[in-house]
Design a protein around this ligand. Sequence first.
Ligand SMILES: [Zn+2]
Length: 111
Amino acid sequence: MEQKEKLEKEKNKSLLQVVEFKKEDPFADPEHASDNAAVDTDVREQVGHDTIEAEIKDMERRIGEIEVALRKISKNQYGICERCKKTIPQARLKLIPEAAYDIDCEKKLRK
Ligand SMILES: [Zn+2]
């Protein structure tokens, strides 16, 4: 199934991105704690760390959504809106393969 391949590819890409983000995290530097850096450097590292942390959280949420979508494929429930049970339009699934809702429900849920 085409969507399944797409989702698996997306998942792998996201997993790799998480690894990359973790490498960029200034706190991942083993010398970080003992480098006695100036205060402004520490602040910059803190901001960098927080930004990366947020990016990783976003990525992990997406990976979770992809996994849910993959499970749905194996149960033949893929492409059905979780809220109204209508079929999610193909065009939307092409754009967002892990979409759990159609556009109407997504809008309502985001409010
Ligand atoms: Zn819906």
